[in-house]
Design a protein around this ligand. Structure first.
Ligand SMILES: NC(=O)c1ccc[n+]([C@@H]2O[C@H](COP(=O)([O-])OP(=O)(O)OC[C@H]3O[C@@H](n4cnc5c(N)ncnc54)[C@H](OP(=O)(O)O)[C@@H]3O)[C@@H](O)[C@H]2O)c1
Length: 163
């Protein structure tokens, strides 16, 4: 039986490329995005379910997990890819911008992971977390201060969940 990967932020970039890669390797793909109605290519691929998921919208997360399991029976791997980088010197960055960054890149990651873990059919507990450049450059430059902090906040999560 094919394995299933669920990807957040599959509308562009790494998320989209990963969706195409796994589909080509024969996996089932739950390609989630904020505006699935705009997607025209992934929807044409076999064994790809394109569905809505906004990591700031709990109901959309639950609905996407439910839809993925209804279509493919289980979710083996979750790729928490959705996110963005807020840039700017700290002196010029208001708390609202920092909160928004944490809400999407940290709370969104936990919310999506929790929903998948809660689904009774999530058997393997193998959770893939977003790839980023922090390994190559663990300390960002000053304008990356707001986007660097979420990386640190989530850095232990894969190890904790894999125990
Ligand atoms: N590329 C790099 O060098 C690099 C380095 C470090 C970290 N990263 C991280 O890796 C991830 C992918 O990067 P990328 O370069 O592929 O960027 P990207 O093309 O901008 O992709 C980001 C994706 O996240 C989605 N997204 C943003 N906010 C969301 C939300 N609230 N709910 C659901 N989806 C949301 C975007 O959806 P919309 O299309 O709806 O906006 C988009 O699909 C990001 O988390 C980024 O921070 C990338």
């Amino acid at each position: 039986m094919s394995k299933t990967i669920m990807i957040s932020g599959a509308s562009s970039g790494i998320g989209r490329t990963t969706a195409e890669y796994f589909q080509a390797k024969g996996w089932n793909v739950v390609a989630t995005m904020r505006a699935p109605e705009k997607e025209t290519e992934l929807t044409e691929l076999e064994n790809v379910l394109v569905t809505r998921l906004d990591v700031q919208d709990s109901a959309s997360i639950e609905d996407a997990v439910t839809a993925g399991i209804a279509r493919f029976g289980k979710i083996d791997v979750l790729l928490n890819n959705a996110g963005y980088g807020a840039y700017g010197l700290l002196e010029a960055t208001p708390n609202e911008k920092i909160r928004w960054q944490f809400d999407v890149n940290v709370i969104g990651l936990f919310a999506t992971t929790r929903a998948v873990l809660r689904s009774q059919l999530f058997r393997s507990r193998r959770t893939s977390f977003k790839g980023d450049a922090s390994g190559a450059r663990p300390v960002g430059d000053p304008p990356a201060v707001a986007r660097s902090a979420p990386r640190a906040a989530c850095s232990h999560t894969p190890a904790v969940l894999s125990k």
